[in-house]
Design a binder for this molecule. Sequence first.
Ligand SMILES: [Cu+2]
Length: 111
Amino acid sequence: MLAQDVPPAAVHSARAPTAIGIGEREFAIAVYRPRVHPGALKFNIKNLGEDVHDLVIRRKGRRVAGLTAVVKPGSTATLRLTLRRIGSYQLVCTIADHEARGMRATLKVVR
Ligand SMILES: [Cu+2]
């Protein structure tokens, strides 16, 4: 296919998402790229601990997105998400009392 046959929207969506490494363990969430620009993101999540964990993304206390299944110890999961709003997002584990015990982190979307 010639380049001019591709509509602009398709070209834009074909751009690779920004990868964000996430390490989860008892009881912390490490974000290896805590500041990103607005756009398509791909969270590469690894459970480095011994309990199951999950990942939910909130903005101002409201759920924005999250994994649909838990991540088992030693396993990985990916979450693709487009964030356009500038500001702080909270990354938390919603298993049992993990968030209260420290499994929370901040992701900032900046210009
Ligand atoms: Cu957890």
